[in-house]
Design a protein around this ligand. Structure first.
Ligand code: HEC
Length: 177
């Protein structure tokens, strides 16, 4: 018998707790709120508010990582996953989505894009360009540099001069008159 009031109290306490969890005093985001002069529950962050992780992202964007085999490999993997549907495996702008009617991107092998600094490629990924969407929320800053490095490798693969390739000139028979 002695246990019964205790059990009852326990049940009531649990019930009270459930109630406080489901009925909190809070505003839903887009509701009116009399508390503030403009009557909006959604508040604008104070001036100077920095999004979590934004400073680290900015630092990673400012400093290109050293280009090594691992970075190129990562760039290739990300490029093939994200950019090839439009830009194509070799960067000629002939991806599958383009074949289905999406506007055709320029080829990376145009002189203008060959001459563009790596930072420009990174900026296009970050901010988008014309009809191309921005990929800032899908490609980490370091991966943007990795992709830019891989695009450089693609450009070289489609337009290197024999004289610039170490040891190759000697292997190719001399031109006959
Ligand atoms: C959904 C299709 C699509 C995807 C995916 C895409 N792009 Fe593009 N990209 C375009 C189009 C279209 C243009 C041309 C836009 C214009 O000129 O209006 C373009 C242009 C560019 C340019 C050239 C900008 C210039 O100065 O002319 C670069 C560099 C580029 N994209 C890089 C990338 C990279 C890197 C990725 C992957 C992270 C990517 N794109 C993913 C469609 C795409």
């Amino acid at each position: 018998m002695t246990g019964r009031p205790f059990l009852l109290a326990l049940l009531l306490l649990t019930a009270c707790d459930d109630l406080s969890m489901s009925q909190q005093k809070r505003y839903d985001v887009y509701r009116r709120a009399a508390l503030w002069a403009d009557g909006a529950a959604a508040r604008t962050p104070p001036d100077g508010t920095v999004q979590q992780g934004a400073l680290a992202d900015e630092a990673a964007l400012a400093d290109p990582p050293p280009v090594d085999a691992a970075l190129l490999q990562r760039g290739r993997e990300r490029y093939e996953a994200i950019c090839t549907p439009c830009h194509g495996l070799t960067g000629h702008g002939d991806g599958m989505i383009v074949a289905r009617g999406f506007p055709r991107p320029p080829s990376y092998h145009e002189d203008r894009l060959r001459a563009a600094p790596a930072r420009t490629l990174v900026d296009v990924i970050t901010n988008g360009y014309g009809t191309m969407y921005r990929y800032a929320n899908r490609v980490e800053p370091r991966d943007r540099w990795a992709i830019a490095a891989y695009i450089r490798a693609l450009q070289l693969s489609q337009g290197a001069r024999v004289a610039e390739l170490p040891g190759l000139a000697e292997k190719i028979p001399e031109e006959r008159p």
